[in-house]
Ligand binder design. Structure first.
Ligand code: SAH
Ligand code: DHB
Ligand code: MG
Length: 226
């Protein structure tokens, strides 16, 4: 089945999310730098792009930059005066992402902050930056619940929060797991169940990256203001 999922993904990618020089250049540079091949797929990138366009996002926060592939899809949804802030712990990855973004003509719209995401999130809150319209959480899964809460504090009513890789071939349902990533995803899910400030669901996915899924959440109140 996995190869069929991949073939179907390729088919729709060719028609609906074809590569261009900036996107394929970003992936090639990521391979050349020995980054793990875990960027979103083209169809997932297009989904992020469409979500941002659908809500008219002007400010986007991304947690987990890697080579900036998802960043390109998201930043291309912004108006010229829009801004994307992407958080990355690995300075080498961030340097390559900045180069990829510059080649995509997006260097002026995107800021890559190099630090553990929890530190950068604290900095953004301390700086009282304007709230974000869309947040894409895609860094270490073990901290997903903490990143979600920090993102809530940087949100407004209507902010859309997407959390990648929450199904993990179905492993998420293992209630006995000791895997830190799975525990993080399960804590996040339990948090969403009791958190009155958000309404959330999950979308299970198959495709070129196998069986996984993402959480899609909408902030229901002006969460950032006390
Ligand atoms: N969003 C990217 C893929 C991100 S992969 C895309 O789809 O194209 C996850 C990234 O999160 C990696 O680059 C990794 O270095 C980064 N990361 C892992 N732990 C982190 C942390 N504690 N703080 C910030 N970034 C982290
Ligand atoms: C992994 C991380 C990702 O962000 C992803 O999309 C797929 C896999 C991982 O760490 O295994
Ligand atoms: Mg991911």
């Amino acid at each position: 089945m996995e190869s069929l999922w991949s073939d179907v993904d390729d088919y729709f990618t060719q028609h609906l999310a074809p590569a261009d020089d900036a996107l394929s250049g970003a992936l090639a540079a990521s391979v050349a730098a020995n980054m793990p091949p875990i960027s979103v797929t083209p169809t997932q990138g297009k989904l992020l792009h469409l979500l941002a366009r659908m809500i008219g996002a002007r400010r986007i926060l991304e947690i987990g930059t890697l080579g900036g592939y998802s960043t390109i899809w998201l930043a291309r949804a912004l108006p010229p005066d829009g801004r994307l802030v992407s958080l990355e712990i690995n300075a080498e990855y961030a340097a390559i992402a900045r180069r990829n973004l510059a080649r995509a003509g997006l260097g002026d719209r995107v800021q890559v902050m190099v630090a553990p995401a929890s530190d950068s999130l604290r900095t953004l809150a301390a700086d009282r930056v304007a709230p974000f319209d869309l947040v894409f959480i895609d860094a270490d899964k073990a901290s997903g619940d903490r990143y979600f809460l920090a993102s809530l504090a940087l949100s407004h009513e209507g902010t859309v929060i997407v959390v990648d890789n929450v199904v993990r071939k179905g492993a998420v349902v293992d209630s006995e797991t000791t895997d830190a990533d799975l525990l993080g995803i399960r804590r996040l899910t339990e948090l969403l169940a009791r958190e009155p400030r958000v309404s959330a669901t999950v979308v299970q996915t198959v495709g070129a990256k196998g069986y996984d899924g993402f959480i899609l959440a909408r902030v229901t109140t002006d969460a950032g203001s006390p």
